[in-house]
Write a protein that binds this ligand. Sequence first.
Ligand SMILES: C[S@@+](CC[C@H](N)C(=O)[O-])C[C@H]1O[C@@H](n2cnc3c(N)ncnc32)[C@H](O)[C@@H]1O
Length: 183
Amino acid sequence: MPDEQMWQEFFDPDTILDSLGIQNLAGNIVDFGCGYGTFTIPAARRTIGIVYAIDIEAEMIHVTQEKARQHGLRNVIALQRDFSTEGTGLPERSCAYVMVFNILHAENPLTILTEAKRVLVVGGRVGIIHWNYDPTTPRGPSIHIRPRPEQCQSWLTEAGFTLDGTIIALPPFHYGVIGIESQ
Ligand SMILES: C[S@@+](CC[C@H](N)C(=O)[O-])C[C@H]1O[C@@H](n2cnc3c(N)ncnc32)[C@H](O)[C@@H]1O
């Protein structure tokens, strides 16, 4: 991860959460790979449920939990965990929304999306954002491992989600796609 100040310059988190339908939720949210809590903190203001912020790095867990405390947000639970090998540890059908933000260049995207599906209630949604498939973006994974939006949609379908809408432009550097757990 770049340093936090630089990372924040790449996004308008509230606009992105609006675009992905993360508004006025009544259920729990999971943030897979919360990083600095860039999206965890605004998401926590958009649900009356809990936001589970999961990251493999102890520092990211500490930063996110501390930020929640400073903002007076009591509905954030930060968990240090490797979601690729251990899953989330959350009960099945316990969440209304899963955030998969800037992580789907991982080696095992289908494992991640299958775990997302497991924890979602019927009607729950998974939102994916990633860097545009464009080698000139100021950051982002190597273009060789960076997924195109159509690839993310294909993984969603393969994992058993129904696509919700089309590819969402999240300028200046990102796109989003949404899947619904409909079974
Ligand atoms: C590129 S950052 C994105 C952070 C955040 N989602 C955002 O968009 O601001 C990826 C984060 O995912 C975490 N991560 C990567 N693989 C992980 C895994 N298998 N389990 C838990 N966290 C992971 C990294 O430690 C890092 O903080």
